[in-house]
Design a protein around this ligand. Sequence first.
Ligand code: IPE
Ligand code: IPE
Ligand code: MG
Length: 260
Amino acid sequence: MTEPLSSTLSIPVTGPIPRHIAIIMDGNGRWAQKRYLPRVAGHRRGAEVVRRILMTCRDRGVEHLTLFAFSSENWRRPPAEVTLLMRLFRSMLEGEVARMHEVNIRFRVIGDLSRFDGAMIRLIEQAEALTAGNTGLTLSVAANYGGRWDILQAVRRLAQTRPDCLATLSEADLVPHLALADAPEPDLFIRTGGEQRVSNFLLWQLAYTEFYFTDVLWPEFDADELDRAIQSYQQRERRFGRTSEQLRGADGVQREVAGR
Ligand code: IPE
Ligand code: IPE
Ligand code: MG
């Protein structure tokens, strides 16, 4: 078995461009309300931004993009808004995925699918199967996703396959069962919309991720804003528990920041 991708088990290789960006796309509702539009107008605009940011990430050389589209707590919203969000997701699966396939993007959904109807699950499976062999950027859409659910489902799956190992449970046992197990952990986490919280996103996987918060509302997030986040990332010194001195090169001058 190959070594699991875990920042706590081994120090990841980093470069100037984050290999994996995870985004909480927040602020759709406020964007619409500022314009005296219904919240749903913000979600529609937000879906267009997804298309553009996906292509920008690909152009910048990002390998994995994980987008929080619907949290396990978003069911608490008014039913009409939930229905509209589901409809937008469905139209993305029906229309957008074929376009992604044309440009070699691998599409995946992470989250608890059991809450979706059969037609939606089939669309998701078809989309994943169609794009499974693609070698460009991997887009993971988190739908009915919760970080706590993710950890629990990993434990449950492990308990089913290897019940004997629970007493001595190690990270290396669990990591292969988590969502995104085949991706490096996110290097950069972006949350738009001004809130500075994780809202039950990738709780396990964000252990050593660099955080970037912006007040820009998701419908206004563009390539320049993404580049600003990447520039901020390039200034960070990713120590993974070590000291700054340890990161210095042999001449004592060169420092290992995220950008090098
Ligand atoms: C994020 O925008 C989209 C989803 C949660 C689906 P919001 O709808 O949370 O927008 P605000 O936070 O109310 O502005
Ligand atoms: C987080 O945004 C979930 C998504 C962007 C899908 P929310 O707007 O639902 O988060 P809270 O409730 O303000 O923390
Ligand atoms: Mg919000």
